[in-house]
Design a protein around this ligand. Structure first.
Ligand code: KIV
Length: 275
């Protein structure tokens, strides 16, 4: 491959520069093989801490550890070439102090090779975000519904449904933008508020359940593929892979039980091409 053919990976500044421009396509991925598929179509791959619920079956994202995020972040980097890979900082890895946040964010950047990290929280995280950005850590922020706060907010309900709650979320978005975040995820807020936030901040807003009035969108991949049993109401299913997988497994099980499972003569040489 010549130097010209090499695929240049998108960076946090590239995504920042897309404010108000072509919509930014983001999706989660936790594995090398799905990252390879997502990479062809998306600008940002988020290794979200939603992996705790999606891959591991936890009820919330709270039990997710830094080591889990690093392992999957590394896998996604191996599977992708072009998209900016952002790795979520899990609950407990960044809130205690800005120094704790830097030490753990530096570990994530060094050990995965990803291009940015994401932290939840607005005004309360602004000082930490500024500290990280000043020290070379690109930060995607996350306001509105912040799932890591489940034990204090009580449920995964939409935020800012009443106009009275808008000011706090707007202050959060403005604070993270001022602190130097290169983009901000806005989760589960009503369209008029998403529109207001997108107009108010100079960084791209990435919506999840926050209407089209954002600079980009993100979904949890397994949710939009129909692979998770329970999804938020706003999720559109672009695929329904569950029944396909179940049928393939059932066909395989039937062949094994009927002793019609193909022998080695059907298996070697390897089929397909190396990816
Ligand atoms: O963890 C995650 O997947 C996320 C997205 C839902 C934005 O934070």
């Amino acid at each position: 491959m010549s130097a010209q053919d090499e695929i240049k990976r998108l960076t946090a500044p590239d995504i920042f520069a897309r404010k108000g421009g072509e919509p930014i396509v983001c999706l989660t991925s936790y594995h090398a093989h799905t990252a390879r598929l997502v990479d062809k179509h998306c600008d940002v791959i988020l290794v979200g801490d939603s992996l705790g619920m999606v891959m591991h079956g936890f009820e919330t994202t709270v039990p997710v550890t830094l080591d889990m995020m690093i392992l999957q972040g590394h896998a996604v980097m191996r599977g992708s070439k072009r998209a900016l890979v952002v790795v979520d900082m899990p609950f407990g890895s960044y809130e205690a102090s800005k120094e704790q946040a830097f030490m753990n964010a530096a570990r994530v950047l060094k050990e995965t090779g990803c291009g940015a990290i994401k932290v939840e929280g607005g005004t309360r995280m602004a000082e930490t975000i500024a500290f990280l950005v000043e020290r070379g850590v690109p930060v995607m922020a996350h306001v509105g519904l912040t799932p890591q706060s489940i034990n204090t907010i009580g449920s995964f309900r939409a935020q800012g449904r009443e106009e009275a709650g808008w000011a706090r979320i707007e202050a959060d978005a403005l604070a993270v933008a001022k602190a130097g975040a290169f983009s901000v995820v806005i989760e589960a807020v009503a369209e008029p508020l998403a529109r207001k936030l997108t107009a108010a901040v100079a960084i791209p807003t990435i919506g999840i359940g926050a209407s089209v009035a954002c600079d980009g969108q993100i979904l949890v991949m397994e949710d939009m593929l129909g692979l998770t049993p329970l999804v938020p109401k706003f999720v559109k299913r672009y695929g329904d892979l569950g029944p396909g997988i179940e049928k393939a497994v059932a066909d395989y099980a039937a062949e094994v039980r009927a002793r019609t499972f193909p022998g080695p003569e059907h298996v070697y040489p390897m089929k397909g091409k190396k990816v």
